[in-house]
Design a protein around this ligand. Structure first.
Ligand code: ADP
Ligand code: MG
Length: 451
């Protein structure tokens, strides 16, 4: 079923600029389709929102024409890396399950030291990473970088890889997510059993124990409660450590806080240096935004940077998401990113988590204001006296809740997502021209916000 999604995405790809494809389509993962529900994973809320408004409707349309059925879409926001979906099926023995990582370590080109903004909450981790990159395996082995989601752990890990590669181009740098290590390991083991003769486990071990000069493992918390993978990693670790090869690990918590981890591994993780990355402070958030804008050649006025930084505090990934969302909207509207534009555009995204408004509350408020029956507002009647309030209710639902177009449609008596989209666009357009409507919508919104 997931292939269906891939096909639908490809069908619209031709219409999308390659850079947009990379930026907006590629990071959206389909994690499952069943019983008319599509589950998607987006890297952050800003990405979700933009994707939903600009690409989802066409993709759904393609999918629905193709399958002659309708779908609802659920999003989840990934709290980790956007990686390829985990393998679900057991590969056939003939498939090269674990291709040997190429000499080029497969690192993300953007994640270098010079693109990493240093502030009070990451300066120690940054300095440690630099030192390890400059003198691998001389002092701190392993280097263990820990901290919450989206704070730059993976970035630093790749930066170490890039720097070592620059200084020692002939070294073998192996970068791997822990998840991949585990699937590789399990795959090699299963295929080994089935195949007899060919020694896949030997290959696996050579790949991780013998060949690397540097081993970079991302998100080591993935080893929790996976006993045989832990055993394997224990031996990998020992072999490399013994041979004076640098190991760098990232994790979402301290070794001592990892549950389901064997003590012997836990203690090894603390042999070298533990270093934390914390949430960036306001100044650092502003600096990160400016750096990002510079890298993407965006014009970002100071007051806009400050506005975003003051409101998006959760992590750096969200911060970047907010900036890209804003700049995409501004360029589509042919506007410059002003503070007003930023407020207007981000208000909803920033507020949704706070308003906690339900669509029922919005429907009731709108029905009462226009003196129409709730059932009519949600029903099929098309005359203007109900159709107009209905469009406003849809618009407000979109603005004040985190619901998707298809979800909103389903709460108005099963209307199509395209109906909701055109209603929202229509109200936006009319409100821009008509001060009367603007004030009606504004009044409703502020009533709702005040509960
Ligand atoms: P983590 O691995 O901790 O979840 P990432 O390393 O994936 O977080 O970082 C999320 C995003 O934020 C990446 O795009 C990364 O480049 C960016 N980022 C994080 N910290 C910084 C920083 N200090 N300076 C610049 N960009 C950063
Ligand atoms: Mg990461």
């Amino acid at each position: 079923m997931i292939e269906l999604w891939g096909e639908a995405v490809r069908s619209i790809e031709a219409l999308v600029k390659p850079s947009q494809r990379e930026q907006w389509l590629r990071p959206i993962q389909c994690i499952g389709i069943s019983e008319g529900r599509i589950r998607l994973r987006a890297p952050n809320r800003y990405h979700k929102e933009w994707f939903e408004d600009n690409y989802l409707p066409s993709i759904l349309q393609d999918l629905e024409t193709r399958t002659q059925s309708s779908f609802t879409v659920d999003f989840e926001i990934s709290d980790g890396e956007v990686t390829s979906p985990p393998r679900v099926s057991t590969p056939t023995p003939t498939v090269d399950l674990c291709p040997v990582p190429a000499i080029s370590p497969g690192l993300e080109p953007r994640y270098t030291f010079d693109k990493f903004v240093v502030g009070p909450t990451n300066q120690f981790a940054h300095a440690a990473a630099r030192m390890v990159a400059d003198a691998p395996a001389s002092k701190w082995n392993p280097l263990f970088i820990y901290g919450g989601v989206g704070l730059g752990k993976t970035h630093l890990l790749h930066a170490i890889g890039h720097e070592i590669h620059r200084q020692h181009p002939d070294w073998k740098i192996t970068f791997i997510t822990c998840e991949r290590f585990v699937t590789d390991f399990i795959g090699s083991m299963m295929n080994q059993r089935r195949q007899g003769g060919v020694n896949l486990m030997e290959e696996f071990r050579a790949r991780y124990r013998d060949q690397p000069d540097v081993l970079l493992v991302d998100d080591i918390q993935f080893l929790s409660n996976k006993d045989s993978s832990q055993d394997e990693f224990f031996h990998t670790f020992n072999a490399l450590h013994h041979a004076h090869k640098q190991i760098v690990l990232t994790c979402d918590k301290l070794p001592g806080e990892l549950s389901g981890l064997a003590d012997r591994l836990r203690s090894r993780f603390t042999w070298g240096l533990l270093t934390e990355i914390g949430h960036p402070d306001l100044e650092t958030r502003v600096a990160i935004l400016k750096r990002k804008a510079e890298l993407e050649s965006l014009v970002l006025p100071d007051d806009v940077a400050l506005y975003i930084a003051a409101h998006v505090k959760s992590n750096v990934r969200e911060l970047e998401g907010a900036l890209l969302h804003l700049s995409a909207r501004a360029s589509m509207a042919g506007l410059l990113m002003s503070k007003e534009f930023a407020e207007e555009t981000l208000r909803k995204l920033i507020a949704t988590t706070r308003t906690g408004l339900t669509i029922e509350a919005i429907q009731r408020e709108v029905a009462a204001y226009f003196d129409v029956k709730l059932a009519d507002l949600k029903g099929p009647k098309r005359h203007r006296a109900v159709a107009h309030p209905r469009m406003i209710a849809m618009y407000l639902a979109r603005r004040l809740t985190a619901m998707s177009y298809p979800e909103i449609g389903s709460r108005f008596g099963g209307k199509d997502h395209s109906t909701v989209i055109s209603a929202v666009r229509k109200i936006e357009r009319l409100a821009a021209e008509d001060p009367g409507l603007r004030s009606v919508v504004g009044t409703l919104e502020s009533h709702l916000r005040q509960g």
